[in-house]
Design a protein around this ligand. Sequence first.
Ligand SMILES: Cc1ncc(COP(=O)(O)O)c(C=O)c1O
Length: 357
Amino acid sequence: MLNWERTNIAVLTGYKSGEQSVNPKIIKLNTNENPYPPSPIISNALKEFSLHTLRKYPSPTADAFRGKVAELHNIRPQNIIATRGGDELLRLMITTFVNPGEVIGTTLPTYSLYPVLAAIQDCPLKAIPLSNDWELPSNFATQLNNASTKLTFLVNPHAPSGVLFNRDKIAQLAQDLDGILLLDEAYVDFVDPRLQYDSVPLINELDNVVILRTLSKGYSLAGLRLGYGIGAPELIDPMLNKTKDSYNIDALSQYIGCKAIEDNVYFDGNCQLVRRERSKLVLEFKKLGFQVVPSETNFILVTVPSNHKAEAVYLDLKQRNILVRFFDQQGLSDKLRVTVGTPEENQELVNVLTNLL
Ligand SMILES: Cc1ncc(COP(=O)(O)O)c(C=O)c1O
C-alpha cells in the first residue's frame, strides 16, 4: 500500500492520551479531571434547552459565551475566541502564526501535546530545560530569541510539576521575547486566591500574549470540550475570522458554557474543595516518604522514595485499580503525577500506597 501521509506525519507518533477506563471500580487519578460534578444549574438548564436550537447552525463566533467570558474577566468580546477545549487554541495559534519550518519554543518538561502539534506543522521544537527546582532559566528568552522562535508555549501553573511562575516573571518574559507567547493557564483555577495571580491585564499592555483557558478543569467540564483564548484583537481576530472551523463550537456547548460561567459561587466552592484535598494529600505523601513539588494545580508531582521504582509503583497501583501517570522521560522517571481526587479516592490511594511501600 502506498503511504499518502505527508513525510512528517508518516514518522510522527501521535499524542498519547492518559488511559481511559469504563470499569466503575477504577480510581482515575491520571488525566487531571475534576473529581466533582459540574454545577447543578447545568442539569436544570438542560431540561429547558429547546431541541429546535439544534435545527439551526450555532453562532459562528459563540457570541453569547464570549460575552459572558468578557464580563468575567472585565475585557471586551474582541479579546476572546471560544475554542474546542484549550487544545484547539493551541492548534490555531500554530496554523495562524507559524510557518512550517519556523521554531516553536517551550520548556522541558512540558505539556506533551506541544511537540506533537509542532511536528504536525513540520516545525522544529526548542525545548529549554527548567532548573532542578522547576524555575525558568534566567536566559530563557535569550535562548528562544537566538533560535528565532516564532511562538513559545508556556504552561502556568506548570505541567507536569504544578509550580506557579509569578506574574512579573511572565510579563518580563513576554516583553523580552521577539515572538508570541501562548500562556497556557489550563490549571489556573486551582491557584490559591491569596496569591492574587491574574495575568489577564497583560493583554492590554502587551500585543504578543495570548492566554489559554479551559472549562475542562475548574468547571468540571472536560467532556464538553470548551475553552477560550484571550489576547489583543490583532491576535484574536485572524483566528476568529480566518482560521477556525466555521462553527467550531456547537449550540449545546455554547449554552452549557454560559450557564457554567454564570454560576461563579459553585465554581469557587468546587476549586476550593480541590485545593483543600490537595493540601491533605501533600501531607499524606510526605508522611509516606515521597518528595512533593509545591502545586498550584489539581495534581501533584511526587518523587517516589529512593528504595522504590516509580514505574513499579505505577504498575502496582494499576493492578489495584488506581490509575496515576508515569512519564518514562528524562527528569520524570522517578516520579508520578497524581490527580487530586475525592476524599474517598485519595484515602484509598493512601491506604494502598501504605501497604505497597
Ligand atoms: C497543560 C494543558 N494545556 C491544555 C490542556 C487542554 O485542555 P482541554 O483541551 O481539555 O481544554 C490540557 C489538558 O489536560 C493541559 O494539561
